[in-house]
Design a protein around this ligand. Structure first.
Ligand SMILES: *[C@@H]1O[C@H](CO)[C@@H](O)[C@H](O)[C@H]1NC(C)=O
Length: 484
């Protein structure tokens, strides 16, 4: 009896196991009436296949065989009963007239789905007409993002190619656990707002092995994104990998724990960028890690822009409330397309903290590129170019401090505690070491055009000295490096 009970239990386990791993049911869109001719609208057949798969208690496969399928705006809605694999061997094409997607905001939308994988597929949104409309300044519809996942969990997107999106190619919004692998997005350099991949309000997104050539950001990361990993990305043309723009709203979620490694930027406007509008905000950016990046002729390889305001239109012109901290740049090499390879333009009211630079080698026309910094604190180590590799004796810990715009003090640095001494200006061409000043009564004066390599401070364009307390060293332009 006991023996029988055990084996019957084992049997029923076996049965359940069989059920949940039962061979998937395949739903072929052709069987639902789709015509692979690129002319006959296939929206309804696709929706019917989806609805069959979604209500299936066992795992299902939606198969899209070779051929071209004309789709209007389409919404694949969950929740579904089991996991769904969408295997696309063909090309999905949008109507030639961009107005057909109209104001829907999306072309292909997956919403409230779990455990959906999309394998393969070409998407051709035929965005050119829409871009032309926008460029001519006519009254255009809002436009459509090519493929969007909203409120979705456990998603795989693998081997997808998207060309000529009206707006962003792939959007991941309010999702958890998403893997994007071997994806290509392609749109011309000058096509407006055709970001490659936009991620927002999501956790656990991984993007790997993808080639992104676009007219806007290769990847843009919006508020509320955390625990994101990007690796083996090829970006360019495009506007780089951007966190932001942030600070659009006062009440905005932060961005944290984002890693980008082993990637190449070619001819892009930016490499790694963090951008925020200059207005109050509760937002933040922290624990960001950029490592092993190759820059090939990139205009701004490393940039933090807290005065973000494209086209200089309607700029808030306040001070950004977005707090940026613990951003590490490690082993970033290659060429800058402009003289200034590193730009840190941080908020005067919320200076960037914990900026770490290690092994940075960026050149411009075969010379060391330059950098400029406002309101940052942090450290640097290893080989550093731009800025005075030779100015720091080996073994010293250069502390990268950044001058501010006129009227601001530089002493409020997180790194100040590692400075046992500071340098101060003795005369127009001499710097003198001094104990960290608790009280100083230097007369107010300023000098210009200093370059004191021996004293290990280089490239100060303008310095003014103030008399009271800690506010004795004020840098007006350019960065300065101290070694202790
Ligand atoms: C940071 O994100 C990675 C994924 O990129 C994740 O594995 C890790 O656990 C996260 N760390 C924290 C502290 O949440």
């Amino acid at each position: 009896m006991a023996k029988f009970a055990v084996s019957s239990l084992a049997l029923s386990f076996f049965y359940i196991f069989q059920l949940s791993n039962a061979a998937s049911t395949t739903y072929n869109v052709i069987q639902f009436g789709a015509k692979p001719d690129g002319k006959t609208e296939a929206t309804q057949p696709f929706l019917k296949a989806w609805s069959a798969a979604c209500s299936s208690a066992t795992p299902s496969i939606i198969s899209v065989p070779k051929g071209r399928y004309l789709l209007k705006a389409v919404e694949f809605r969950g929740p579904c009963k089991n996991k769904i694999t969408v295997q696309i061997d063909g090309t999905l094409v949008a109507p030639t007239d961009y107005r057909a997607l109209g104001n829907s905001g999306y072309w292909i939308l997956f919403i409230r789905v779990n455990r959906v994988s999309v394998f393969g597929g070409n998407l051709d949104a035929k965005g050119a007409g829409f871009w032309a409309c926008r460029k001519s300044g006519q009254n255009c519809p809002v436009g459509a993002r090519s493929i969007t996942f909203n409120w979705a969990n456990d998603i795989v997107i693998s081997g997808l190619t998207s060309i000529n999106s009206q707006l962003t190619h792939l959007v991941i919004n309010s999702c958890n656990n998403v893997l994007v692998r071997n994806v290509r997005t392609i749109a011309p350099d000058q096509s407006p707002n055709t970001d490659g991949i936009h991620v927002q309000s999501s956790a656990g997104v991984t993007i790997t092995g993808s080639t992104l050539q676009t007219g806007d950001d290769c990847i843009s990361i919006g508020p509320g994104t955390r625990n994101m990993l990007m690796s083996s990305i090829k970006c360019g043309p495009g506007h780089g990998v951007s966190i932001g723009s942030l600070g659009k709203e006062f009440n905005e979620d932060g961005v944290e724990n984002i890693t980008l490694t082993d990637s190449v930027f070619s001819g892009s406007d930016n490499g790694v960028r963090i951008k925020s509008w200059a207005r109050p905000s509760k937002g933040f950016v922290r624990n960001i890690f950029y490592q092993n990046l190759m820059m090939k002729n990139v205009e701004n390889p490393i940039i933090i822009d807290q005065n973000y305001c494209p086209n200089n239109e309607g700029c808030p012109r306040q001070s950004s409330g977005v707090k940026i901290s613990e951003v590490t740049y490690k082993n970033i090499q290659g060429t800058s397309a402009t003289a200034e390879a590193i730009t840190f333009d941080c908020s005067p009211s919320n200076p960037c903290r914990g900026i770490k630079l290690q092994d940075i080698k960026l050149s411009y026309m075969n010379k060391a590129a330059t950098s400029s910094c406002k309101n940052i604190g942090g450290t640097s180590s290893g080989v550093l170019m731009p800025e005075s590799v030779e100015a720091c004796p080996s073994g010293c810990l250069p502390v990268w401090t950044c001058p501010v715009t006129k009227g601001q003090t530089v002493v409020d640095l997180p790194a100040a505690n590692v400075l046992s001494r500071l340098y101060y200006i003795e005369s127009a061409d001499r710097l003198r070491q001094k104990d960290f000043p608790q009280t100083t009564s230097e007369p107010k004066r300023s000098v210009e055009g200093m370059r004191l390599d021996k004293n290990r401070i280089t490239h100060i364009i303008k310095v003014s000295v103030r008399s009271k307390g800690l506010k004795f060293l004020r840098l007006v332009e350019k960065s300065v490096r101290y070694c202790v």
